[in-house]
Structure formats: C-alpha cells, structure tokens
Write a protein that binds this ligand. Structure first.
Ligand code: NAD
Length: 289
C-alpha cells in the first residue's frame, strides 16, 4: 500500500512534531485533538520550528512555506476516515488510548494501520481494543521528532509482517532509523532512561546534590546532552510518571517504584517545560529562565 494520507491524534509535545515530520516529507497530514486550543498551539509550534530550520539554513524558505499547508486540523476523529496510516499520540493512559483506538477502529478503513506513539503501554493490549490487531503497531518517535533520528518499531503479538514492513518503510521515507523491538513494557529506550530520571529525582529529594549539580554530573561526567532533570522537564513530568507507573505495574518489580517527589510535582501541576515550571522555570516560548 502506498501511504500518502496520514492522521495524527493528539497535538501535544509529540503529536505536533510527528505531524511536522510527515508534512516535511510531503505526506497529507490531518492532526486531531479534542482541545481546539491545543491545535492552535500545535500549528504555532510547527511554524516556530520551521522558522528555526530556515534560520539555521537547513530548509529553504520557499519549501518551508508549503509545509504548513499540508497539515489540516480537526477536533473530530471522523476527519481521519480516509487516512492510510494513523498515529495515536494522546495522553499516556491506557483508558484514554482505549477510547481513541475503539473509535479509530470504527472510523478508519479496515486496511488502515493504527500506530501508537506510546512510551510504555503494551501494543498487544492496544491492538486487542480493535478488530484489526494485525494492523496495529508501535511507532515510537523521540522528542523532538523533527531532530531525533530513531523510531522504535514495536510489534504486538498479533501485528502482521505486512504491517511491520510498511511501518518500517514509512520510517525510512521520513529519513529515520527504525529499530525492531519486542512488545515489553518501556521497550528499550524508556526502560533504560526513565528509571535513570526517577533515580535522579530521588537524589534531589535526598538532598545529595542540587538540580544543577545533578544535571552537570550527567552532562560532563557521562556526556549526556541534557541532564536527567532538564530532560524530565522536556519530556513532561506527567509523562515520566505515567511511564514509571506502567513499568512498576507491568513488571511488578520494586526497582521501578516511583519517587514521591515526582508524584508531588505532578499533583502540584509542575509538569515541566509545557507548564512553565518543573525542576526549572520556563518563559512562554519554553526557554529556561
Ligand atoms: P501531551 O500531554 O503533550 O499531549 C497529549 C495531547 O493529546 C493533548 O493535546 C491532549 O489534548 C490530547 N488528547 C488527550 N486525549 C485525547 C482524545 N481522546 N482525543 C484527542 N486528543 C486527545 O503528551 P505527549 O508528551 O505529546 O505524549 C503523547 C504520547 O507520546 C504518549 O503516549 C507519550 O507516552 C508518548 N511519548 C512522549 C514523549 C515525550 O517526550 N513527551 C516521547 C515519546 C513518546
């Protein structure tokens, strides 16, 4: 199947970036979110990101001007009824994704691939919410999708070979490197990186070092491009919490216990860069104060 029409559900941190990546490779993109304001914000973020690419000389202005025209937005999932591939990027909660998967299954043609950008929820479980588990797959993009080269491609128990081959080809067309991963909680990237972030929050809570010192240790000592607390703010503390909770629930192993300080910050609404406040403070353009 030649995939040209792509839907993205959820226009948050990841959804708007995924929509941009597809539009930059000339796919027709429909971006859906149940919050109108989030769609407006997503379009603004896409334009800001394209401007930055032009400024850096990585994109010609004439090409840049065409890209947003390929992204239409809607608050109605029915706008995805002609898509050949839909990527779900809504909130990292199984019950929220279940509702979206069940609706997409009714709306989209039966050959449409329903992919999920989930960080930690089982692909097999999401597939079972539909009548087409063979056409359900994980396509886990990294933040920010425009710059990060990797996509973890995760096969659920029932994902067909055809679906896997098509998803892999799409990643290659986007200029990304797909890596095949089995369907186990956290896959590879988050199973390694999220417990590291959680442990850094324990280090902060135990007053072993300040936020800056913790981040400096990992940047200068381990050559990480960002410290774990900066990275947590960048990902979103609610997303980090949901992933940790999923790892803990699925593996039933105490090594994945959530740091109480992480829970407290999410309860207080200190969700990181998107909320203007997390471990650090940010201005309205997401720049650290
Ligand atoms: P986010 O909170 O920034 O955005 C989620 C968006 O989904 C919001 O705009 C919300 O309005 C929308 N939404 C929620 N329920 C909806 C529904 N029923 N219908 C339509 N829209 C709905 O979240 P995010 O950080 O973009 O994460 C999205 C997914 O991507 C999650 O599964 C997350 O685990 C995964 N992910 C996140 C990152 C990251 O760094 N943030 C990286 C890789 C993968």
């Amino acid at each position: 199947m030649d995939i040209r029409k792509v839907g993205v559900v959820g226009a948050g941190t990841m959804g708007h970036g995924i929509a941009q990546v597809f539009a930059m490779k000339e796919y027709d993109v429909t971006l859906v979110d149940h919050e109108k304001d989030n769609l407006a914000k997503a379009v603004k973020m896409i334009n800001l990101s394209l401007d930055k690419l032009v400024e850096k000389g990585r994109l010609a202005n004439a090409v840049r001007m065409e890209i947003p025209k390929r992204v239409r937005t809607s608050t109605d999932l029915k706008a995805l009824d002609r898509c050949e591939l839909v990527i779900e990027a809504v909130t990292e909660k199984a019950e929220v994704k279940k509702e979206v998967f069940q609706q997409l299954d009714k709306i989209c043609p039966k050959e449409t691939i329903i992919a999920t950008n989930t960080s930690s929820i089982s692909i097999s479980k999401l597939g079972a919410f539909t009548k087409r588990p063979g056409r359900v797959i994980g396509m886990h993009f990294f933040n920010p999708p425009v710059l990060m080269e990797l996509v973890e491609v995760i096969r659920g128990i029932d994902t067909s070979q055809k679906t896997y081959d098509e998803a892999r080809r799409v990643c290659q067309r986007l200029g990304k490197t797909p890596v095949e991963i089995k369907d186990f909680p956290g896959f590879v990237a988050n199973r390694l990186s999220i417990p590291l972030i959680n442990e850094a929050i324990f280090v902060l809570m135990d007053n072993i070092a300040t936020r800056e010192e913790i981040d400096t240790v990992m940047k200068l000592g381990m050559h990480h491009p960002m410290g774990p607390l900066e990275l947590a703010d960048f990902i979103g503390l609610d997303v980090v919490l949901h992933i940790m909770e999923n790892l803990y629930e699925e593996y039933e192993d105490s090594k994945y216990r959530v740091c109480p300080l992480l829970k407290k910050m999410v309860e207080a609404g200190h969700l990181g860069r998107k909320a203007g406040k997390g471990f650090y403070e940010y201005d309205e353009n997401g720049r650290k104060k």
